[in-house]
Design a protein around this ligand. Structure first.
Ligand SMILES: Cc1ncc(C[n+]2csc(CCOP(=O)(O)OP(=O)(O)O)c2C)c(N)n1
Length: 585
């Protein structure tokens, strides 16, 4: 219970229905909300802030607020409310709502609006908010203005249940309720009968929603078991965000039963954690980059769980293989477009049923197959560890914290090279760490705000790994973190622009001056001043050892300066050394 909070204000005809809506969201299980300032949304904001079971965080900038809600929902796995006033405020939610749709993150977006008579007539702060988020919202509802009756209370309570369940259920994603509000917008006292607005007496939701798991039927399991058993040289690809759909132990058990390696993307939950990692291959990007290894290790079958990893060499290698994709939400996230089969079923249940079926029937295992993957991964890990120690490099900066990570830590990884370097070079770890990234739309926007949301959801230590453009892109997120009193630890590689473009053909073919000004875009921002904005100490560091020491001293913005051209050359050298080591096995 929040001390001193008036949890049921029920002060007037505007607040009473809004409070019923908010109370019902809490009854459904909502624990967090993000609020943005305004007058039109004051009833929504104050009702969320006052509710005893909802932790409300206030963020000034709606673009950052959207990503804070996204980070909260992604890290907690639960729908988070996000509210703002009318007008362009609501439009600033779009990037986060788009990412939430693509990445299947549940949000309940509550935009305050002018009532119908004040729309399209030049009233202040009014834009057309109907279906503002287009196809990115799973469900849109114009909540409307209603008479203050029991019927309205029942309608709103069930609407809240539907909003919560729609965001969380099926293919999870954002829902949008547009809430027109009339005066009084302030909590001035009026005669209100609490019985009119009350929910069910025992705190239950108005309508409890249960959703059956999509457990694969016996025939499907038997057919998949035959396929797996007939392919001793198979692999499991544990892709992005799999941790949200299946626990690592279930996938590890299936891998052990089949005798297959698990190519584990960093956000899959399989690369790091206390589960059995004896089948986990972390350096698959470096391995399949080598043509000889890729050709020798063409798999008989690939079972893909989670979204496809980012690695381009892996995607190309996968496209040549026979693939079965387990897709719990029929999302058709199948960028190779050559999968043989899409199994629409719960990932955890499918792994468990398949493992049980294989254990019962037995498999012809090819022990040499797993051993050769393991040996190659170990060789790659040794090369990477030796190459990164004691020197300044981007892969070294992004993987520096690996030995220092502990159970319960959260790592948020920015788009561009940070997620790619982690995918290529982060070794498998025993610490129970949650690694998160925005891989739905791969934006470099909202990175700090997303990490802030994850930190609020999880507590404990949160690390943000990012390039300096992603950091500068989200100064609003940094200001939001400072205002929320949350001290992030940020490891930021400053390579004077977008280092990723040096790896792309545009770097070879574009006019160098135009490339620099319009594509690489050095920000020319002093990160010491950026740190001051966030109230964080600024600590320059270069080697992994220095980075760990800088981080051990407490929350800070750790700046690692690198050179873009040298970084491209170093990646090529490192990948060549991995290939040479693997060929020498
Ligand atoms: C919102 C958004 N705008 C633009 C891009 C295109 N983009 C991809 S990577 C990148 C550069 C990122 O630079 P930085 O964060 O410094 O990381 P680095 O490339 O140096 O690793 C840009 C602009 C994007 N992905 N998202």
């Amino acid at each position: 219970m929040k001390p001193g909070m008036n949890t049921s204000m029920a002060t007037n005809r505007t607040y009473a229905p809004v409070e019923a809506l908010v109370d019902e969201l809490a009854r459904c299980g909502m624990t967090h909300a993000v609020t943005c300032p305004g007058s039109r949304d004051a009833p929504l904001v104050l009702a969320l802030a006052a509710h005893e079971r909802i932790e409300a965080v206030s963020v000034i900038d709606e673009r950052a607020a959207g990503f804070v809600a996204l980070g909260l929902a992604k890290a907690s796995g639960r729908p988070v409310a996000l509210t703002c006033t009318s007008g362009t405020a609501a439009a600033n939610f779009l990037p986060a709502v788009a990412e939430a749709w693509e990445a299947r993150v549940p949000l309940v977006v509550l935009t305050a609006d002018r009532p119908p008579e004040l729309r399209g007539v030049g009233a202040g702060q009014a834009i057309d908010q109907l279906k503002l988020f287009g196809t990115f919202a799973k469900w849109f509802c114009e909540v409307g203005n209603h008479e203050p009756t029991r019927d309205t209370a029942i309608h709103l309570r069930q609407l809240a249940c539907r909003a919560y369940a729609t965001a969380a259920g099926g293919r999870p994603g954002p829902v949008h309720l547009n809430v027109p509000l009339r005066e009084p917008l302030a909590p001035v006292r009026e005669e209100v009968d609490p019985a009119v607005w009350a929910g069910r007496p025992d705190g239950r939701p108005w309508t409890a929603v249960s959703e059956a798991r999509r457990v694969p039927d016996e025939a499907t399991v038997a057919r998949l078991a035959e396929l797996v058993a007939a392919a001793p040289r198979g692999v499991i690809v544990a892709g992005a965000d799999l941790a949200r759909w299946a626990p690592a132990a279930a996938v590890a058990r299936l891998a052990a039963t089949a005798g297959w390696p698990v190519l584990a993307e960093p956000t899959s939950g399989l690369r790091c954690g206390p589960h059995d990692r004896s089948h986990v291959v972390a350096h698959y990007d470096g391995l399949v980059r080598d043509e000889a290894f890729a050709a020798d290790h063409g798999p008989e079958l690939v079972l893909r769980l989670g979204d496809a990893p980012t690695s381009k060499p892996l995607r190309a290698w996968l496209a040549r293989a026979r693939q079965v994709v387990v897709d719990p939400h029929a999302s058709w996230h199948e960028p190779t477009r050559v999968a043989d089969e899409l199994v629409v079923a719960d990932a955890e249940a499918t792994c468990a049923a398949l493992a049980a079926a294989l254990e019962a029937r037995g498999t012809d295992r090819d022990e040499g197959w797993l051993a050769s993957w393991r040996a190659a991964d170990d060789a790659a890990a040794a090369v990477v560890a030796e190459a990164l120690a004691g020197r300044a490099s981007e892969p070294g900066a992004y993987t520096a914290l690996a030995p220092a990570l502990r159970d319960g830590d959260t790592v948020w990884v920015a788009s561009s090279m940070p997620i790619r370097d982690l995918e290529s070079y982060l070794p498998a770890l025993g610490a129970d760490v949650l690694v998160l990234a925005n891989r739905g739309a791969n934006g470099i926007d909202g990175t700090v705000a997303s990490a802030l949301g994850a930190a609020l959801a999880r507590g404990g230590r949160t690390y943000l790994l990012c390039g300096e453009l992603a950091l500068v892109h989200d100064l609003g997120g940094l200001a939001a973190a400072a205002r929320a009193g949350l001290e992030l630890t940020i490891v930021c590689v400053n390579n004077d622009g977008g280092g990723i473009f040096g790896f792309l053909p545009v770097a070879e073919h574009a006019d160098p001056d135009r490339l620099r000004e319009h594509i690489v875009t050095p920000a020319g921002v002093d990160l010491e001043r950026v740190a001051a904005l966030a109230g964080l100490p600024h600590r320059p560091a270069s080697t992994p050892e220095e980075i760990r020491a800088a981080v051990a001293a407490g929350p800070a913005l750790v700046e690692v300066r690198t050179d873009r051209d040298a970084n491209v050359a170093f990646h090529r050298e490192l990948n060549a050394r991995i290939a040479a080591a693997v060929r020498g096995l």
